[in-house]
Design a binder for this molecule. Structure first.
Ligand code: ACK
Length: 956
């Protein structure tokens, strides 16, 4: 008898052609509890009796098993074939749905009659909390027959329905390969237990059960009107709705009342009530509330010399977006609460400054010993939309450390001789302090096992004792107080070849002539036009003392420079006076005002009208009536000295009145009076550059005096006079040997009268007054200037000052004093006088500082302080080198560059002082040609217009 009516291949066709895979994600409104098609292993269903339902073991084209049960015992009487599923968990659902897919054979189409053939089957269920039938599993009953046991269990099942086919099929259909797959769905509920079994009862039909799917319906997770509604299982009764309260999504709030929705038994969300809206500052974009992120958190910094590594955590609030980026704002802290200034373009950010996706950045090439404030900002794609909201930053204050100079980038070759090569190089881009010297390392190419290192304070030098026709490798590095920077890259230069004996001689004579000419030219240029001087030394291998011999402290001393003549060498002091001072007829002088009191009488001012000369304002020192001859001599002593000097930073003697009474000394008039009072009156009013300009003037005057062989002995701010252009001039040459007229001078144990606070220890101890002791005093003047006229050592007694200095105590750096200047002061206060700098070195250093104001940015005492490098009336873009361009560049721009040095000498080191110059001032500085005066004055007038347009000083 034929019992198998379908071939397995026919089932295969059925399942692969008609049964579409059902992929459902979280948005589905049903959840499968069982799907026989998706079970990969054995289904494990139990058939009873064993010859009833049978599983057809087939696989689909992906070799996944197809779980099809079939039964077809249509020809046999009394069929009662059961197929039991496994225990199916309800997952809390009260109503479940069973979807059956099956084929059913049309009884009429069966050969041999339809006597017992059925065209339906029954479906049952049995609820239970455990995975077993409560009276034991199928066929396990004891003491009863298998038949009885089966009847008992089956009786516990509740019938769901009798299932009939909508479509049955005949063999003819099969021949046409048309499969009639039926789908029937039944629902079941309310269920009360954790799970249930299903069973299919066949009473004699020809069935293939292709799939069984059990599912329940649910209202899936939903976001509507900015509210989230969670997965919800509907009620079991069709008419019932489940009310669900929604949760406002991030950055939103309920509008009036909490939003609500209703879940129907069909798994549909119905009847929305209420809604959420975005919080202020957030915008609804694509169904979510988006805004800028909050500030980055936990920002930390790690300083390594002049680099800072900044790290932070992601913001607490992302603003509802995933595209957070970070920007870094770098600002330098200006001292004294003058605010912040954006870091210049030289600062590097790695990997970049804006749009960082990582939470860290490296900031490099900052200035050493400088305070910075970093702002870290988090942004996202909608930050721009929320511009009105206050930006959220986290700020971080950082102080950089001392750092060695950056490498010298280029070394250039100058003249190459057969045994020498001239080199020059530029200062490193970031000196990070004052460059004390350069080291030049060199060796013959490919002989790098032995090399030579020489030092130079200049940015040029001639390397000597080289082999002819040889290639040498050179590297240069700079040193500051922080140590050496790294060497520059290697530069290869070659010496010239040997010369033949005759050509060498010829060359030698040419060289000799050239050198003579060059020297003459240099003398003319340096001595008479520009007073050009070299600073420091450049022949590194030579001893500095030796250098001094050759170069006289670095600048060339020309024969014929006048030397100071001590009036004492004149037997008749009157003769000395008239040797050096012009007698002025008192009728040319009008005394208009008394401006102060001197040791010998009043100091007045008024115009001097010399015949054939322009009227000029002068100061008039008078000798009070009733003087002794001795006093008269002492009084005129100053004129005998002053009359020997001619320098823009030395008070100029116009003449004396000795032929009438009162006896007078007439000098140029200095509008701002003495420097100490002037500074006290204008406390904190000047830029560092202006102060350094004043110091430069004083040093220049002192250099002149020391070159003349004159020792001042009473150099102090009170003895410096200041004119209306802030030009400082050394004065008070009174009795510089005995200092009788200085109220600061005190008698020493050895009987002399000495201004203790200003005087070098060796001068106090054994009256060793030299230019080196003047340098000590100059250091004190520097301190007075930088502290705006503070009294050195404050109220300490003279005795305590002597003791303290003896015990190596030195004045501390004045407030806001650039480190470079304080170093210079300290150098001036070296106990060993030969270690003190010379005045020409001081001038040279100050010139360098003026040319490179960045070197004045670091302040003493505190690494947090940065100097107030105010730049007057120039358009400043944060580049502190800008100042250096001004005077020389301005003169260059009007083709008057030749006067740069004279302007500097005259104390006109900044454009603001130059802006006040008159033609008379120009003449005084040394611009004598009328055409040049006109050109410069025109340019000054233009400059004034420009300055008036830029009303305030600008911080850099
Ligand atoms: O601080 P002062 O105003 O400047 O007061 C003193 C005072 O005279 C006694 O020395 C002032 N003084 C001296 N020489 C001059 C000068 N050439 N021009 C202007 N003021 C002067 C000094």
């Amino acid at each position: 008898m034929k019992t198998i009516v379908f071939t397995s291949q026919e089932y295969m066709l059925c399942s692969s052609f008609e049964m579409v895979e059902d992929h459902c994600n979280t948005e589905c409104n049903y959840v499968n509890l069982l799907d026989s098609r998706s079970v990969m292993g054995d289904l494990g269903w139990v058939a009873y009796p064993k010859n009833g339902w049978e599983e057809i073991g087939e696989v689909d084209e992906d070799y996944a098993p197809i779980h099809t049960y079939q039964v077809c015992r249509v020809m046999e009487q009394n069929q009662n074939n059961w197929l039991h599923t496994n225990w199916i968990l309800t997952e809390g659902a009260q109503r479940v749905y069973i979807e059956l897919k099956f084929t059913l054979r049309d009884c009429n189409s069966l050969p041999g009659g339809v006597g017992t053939c059925k065209e339906t089957f029954n479906m049952y269920y049995y609820e239970t909390d455990g995975g077993e039938l409560e009276d034991g599993d199928m066929g396990d009953g004891e003491g009863i027959t298998e038949e009885e046991d089966r009847a008992l269990k089956e009786s516990q099942y509740i019938k769901i329905d009798t299932i009939a086919a909508d479509e049955s099929f005949t063999e003819l259909d099969l021949g046409d390969r048309v499969m009639k797959l039926n789908t029937e769905v039944r629902d079941l509920g309310p269920l009360t237990r954790k799970g249930f079994f299903l069973a299919f009862q066949d009473l004699g039909a020809c069935i293939a059960l292709v799939s069984v799917r059990v599912f329940y319906k649910r209202c899936p997770f939903l976001v509507k009107s900015l509210a989230e509604f969670s997965d919800t299982i509907p009620a079991s009764e069709a008419s019932q709705l489940v009310e669900v309260v929604g949760r406002c999504i991030n950055n939103s709030l309920p509008l009036y009342e909490p939003p609500r929705m209703h879940c129907s038994t069909e798994g549909e969300w119905l009847v929305p009530i209420g809604k959420c809206v975005c919080q202020p500052g957030f915008e609804e974009i694509l169904g979510s509330c988006q805004g800028p992120p909050s500030a980055p958190r936990n920002a930390i910094s790690n300083v390594n010399e002049t680099s800072v590594f900044l790290e932070w955590s992601v913001p607490m609030e992302s603003g509802g977006r995933k595209d957070i980026r970070y920007n870094v704002l770098c600002r330098q802290v200006l001292p004294d609460g003058r605010g912040l200034e954006e870091c210049g373009p030289n600062v590097r950010f790695l990997p970049r400054q804006v749009g960082l996706s990582n939470t860290s950045v490296m900031v490099a090439d900052l200035q050493s010993h400088t305070n910075y404030s970093f702002l870290l900002e988090a942004i996202n794609g909608v930050s721009e939309l929320a511009k009105d909201r206050t930006k959220q930053y986290v700020s971080l204050n950082v102080t950089t450390n001392q750092a060695a100079p950056s490498p010298v980038s280029v070394v250039r070759k100058g003249h190459a001789g057969k045994s020498s090569i001239a080199l020059s190089w530029a200062e490193p881009d970031r000196p990070n302090g004052i460059i004390l010297e350069y080291e030049i390392k060199y060796f013959e190419k490919e002989q790098d096992s032995s090399y030579t290192i020489i030092k130079s304070r200049e940015t040029e030098m001639v390397v000597e004792s080289l082999k002819p026709s040889s290639v040498y490798i050179f590297q240069v590095r700079a040193r500051t107080s922080a140590g050496y920077g790294t060497f520059s890259r290697r530069f290869e230069f070659q010496t010239s070849p040997y010369l033949t004996a005759t050509s060498e001689r010829a060359q030698a004579s040419i060289v000799a002539v050239a050198i003579t000419l060059a020297l003459v030219l240099l003398a003319v240029v340096a001595g008479f036009l520009l007073s050009g001087r070299r600073c420091g030394y450049s022949k590194a291998k030579q001893d500095p003392e030796e250098e001094k011999m050759h170069f006289h402290n670095g600048h060339i001393k020309f024969p014929g420079v006048r030397t100071y003549v001590d009036p004492l060498t004149y037997e008749d002091p009157n003769q000395a006076v008239h040797e050096f001072a012009q007698e002025i007829d008192v009728s040319f002088i009008s005394i208009e005002r008394i401006i102060g009191a001197g040791e010998f009488g009043e100091v007045c001012s008024g115009p001097l009208r010399l015949p054939g000369k322009r009227e000029m304002q002068v100061a008039i020192k008078t000798l009070k009536a009733g003087y002794t001859e001795h006093q008269r001599r002492d009084f005129l002593w100053e004129a005998s000295i002053m009359g020997q000097f001619n320098h823009p930073n030395i008070i100029r003697l116009e003449g004396v009145v000795t032929k009438s009474k009162p006896v007078m000394i007439i000098t140029e008039y200095m509008e701002n009076g003495s420097l100490d009072t002037f500074l006290k009156k204008n406390d904190g009013q000047f830029t560092v550059i202006q102060l350094v300009g004043m110091l430069r003037g004083i040093a220049s005057g002192m250099r002149y005096l020391s070159d003349m062989g004159y020792v001042h002995r009473d150099l102090a701010a009170r003895n410096i006079l200041v004119n209306s252009n802030l030009v400082c001039k050394v004065s008070d040459f009174g009795l510089s040997r005995v200092l009788e007229d200085d109220p600061e001078a005190a008698y020493t144990t050895r009987g002399g009268k000495i201004p203790i606070r200003w005087t070098a220890p060796e001068a106090i101890a054994y009256r060793k007054f030299t230019s080196a002791s003047d340098v000590w005093s100059y250091g004190i003047v520097m301190w007075e200037v930088m502290s705006y006229g503070e009294r050195p050592y404050w109220e300490m007694s003279n005795q305590d000052v002597i003791k303290a200095v003896e015990e190596s105590y030195r004045l501390p750096g004045p407030m806001d004093c650039p480190e470079a200047l304080y170093h210079l002061m300290m150098d001036c206060w070296q106990r060993e006088r030969s270690n003190r700098p010379k005045f020409d070195e001081i001038v040279c250093l100050l010139d360098k500082l003026i040319r490179n104001p960045c070197s004045l940015k670091n302040l003493v005492n505190s690494s947090h302080r940065v100097s107030n490098l105010l730049v007057e009336h120039t358009s400043v873009d944060g580049d502190c080198n800008i100042w250096s361009r001004t005077v020389s560049e301005w003169l260059d721009s009007i083709k008057m560059g030749r006067y740069t040095e004279l302007f500097m000498e005259g104390g006109y080191a900044s454009l603001d002082t130059i802006a006040l110059m008159t033609s008379e001032d120009l003449r005084r500085v040394g611009v004598n040609l009328a055409g040049h005066q006109k050109k410069i004055i025109t340019s000054i007038q233009e400059m004034r217009v420009l300055m008036n347009n830029s009303t305030t000083s600008v911080n850099i």
